[in-house]
Design a protein around this ligand. Structure first.
Ligand SMILES: [Zn+2]
Length: 109
């Protein structure tokens, strides 16, 4: 893992709206709300995406009330949830994905 150029802190600062659009083809509306992919059909977009004060991008699922289900998180939690994989596997997947992009970009030059 030490050979990765981007670490998880960098990845959490990547525009989550952009990532979700690039990776899953979903687009936020002008209020940065997304049709929640975890509870389809979500006719009125109820998942909000925003950049935190510390530069980390977060999502909040507003239509899950109470219970034990996690309602918010970073890109890591989003990927774990949508891909139905563990947090650890989501971290590995993101590290590989983001760094692969860099390596591929470098090879072109
Ligand atoms: Zn939802």
């Amino acid at each position: 893992m030490n050979n990765f150029l981007l670490n998880l802190e960098d990845i959490k600062k990547y525009d989550l709206r952009k990532y979700i659009n690039e990776k899953y083809g979903m687009e936020c509306n002008s209020n940065n709300m997304l049709h929640c992919p975890f509870h389809p059909p979500d006719r009125n977009p109820s998942l909000s995406i925003f950049e935190n004060y510390d530069g980390i991008w977060m999502w909040v699922d507003h239509h899950v009330l109470g219970g034990e289900e996690k309602r918010s998180g970073t890109i890591i939690d989003f990927v774990a949830k949508i891909e139905n994989i563990s947090i650890k596997d989501a971290c590995i997947k993101l590290l590989e994905e983001f760094n692969e992009k860099i390596w591929r970009g470098k090879r072109k030059n």
